[in-house]
Design a protein around this ligand. Structure first.
Ligand code: 2BA
Length: 129
C-alpha cells in the first residue's frame, strides 16, 4: 500500500483540538511550530504519515477541526530601520499597513484565512526503526 504524507498548516487556535482528534482516531501526528509568510504570525504545521486509503479520513478530520477566521494584517514586512527610528504607535509603526488600509478602504485591514492549507505528498519510505 502506498504511503502518503499529509502536511496541514492550521491556525494555532485549532492545533490542540486537531491533534487530539487525529490521535483519538489513531493517526500518528507531529506538530511543528511555523510562521506564515504573508502575515508573519505563528501558525502550526501538522504532519501525518498514513496509508493512501486513510488520506480522505485525515482530510475529513482536518476539515472538521479547523476554522476560517478574519486576521488583522498588522506588520507583514517589518522594517527594523523604520521601527528603530519612529515612535512605535499604532499609527506609524508600519507604513505598509496604511498603504493596505488605503487600498482596501478598511481602517484595520484584515484577510480571511482558509481553514487549513493541506498538501498530500507521496512517500518513498516509511519506517519505524
Ligand atoms: P500566511 O502566509 O501568513 O497567510 C495568511 C492568510 O493571508 C492566508 O490564509 C490568506 O488569506 C492571506 N494571504 C496570504 N497571502 C496573501 C497575499 N499575497 N495577498 C493577500 N492575502 C494573502 P491561507 O491562504 O488560509 O493561508 C494560511 C497559511 O498557510 C499561510 O499563512 C501560510 O503559512 C500557509 N500557506 C498558504 N498557502 C501556501 C502555499 N502555497 N505554500 C506554503 N504554505 C502556504
Amino acid at each position: 500500500m502506498a504511503m502518503k504524507l499529509v502536511v496541514a498548516i492550521v491556525q494555532n487556535e485549532d492545533a490542540d483540538e486537531l491533534i487530539e482528534a487525529l490521535t483519538a482516531a489513531h493517526y500518528g501526528a507531529t506538530r511543528l511550530a511555523s510562521t506564515g509568510g504573508f502575515l508573519r504570525q505563528g501558525n502550526t504545521t501538522i504532519i501525518v504519515g498514513v496509508e493512501e486509503a486513510a488520506v480522505q479520513s485525515v482530510l475529513n478530520i482536518i476539515t472538521q477541526h479547523s476554522h476560517s477566521r478574519r486576521q488583522p494584517v498588522t506588520n507583514p514586512f517589518p522594517d527594523p530601520a523604520i521601527t528603530a527610528t519612529t515612535t512605535p504607535t499604532r499609527k506609524n509603526a508600519n507604513p505598509l499597513e496604511a498603504v493596505i488600509a488605503q487600498a482596501t478602504g478598511a481602517a484595520s485591514p484584515e484577510v480571511q484565512t482558509g481553514r487549513a492549507t493541506v498538501f498530500v505528498l507521496n512517500l518513498d519510505r516509511y519506517e519505524r526503526v
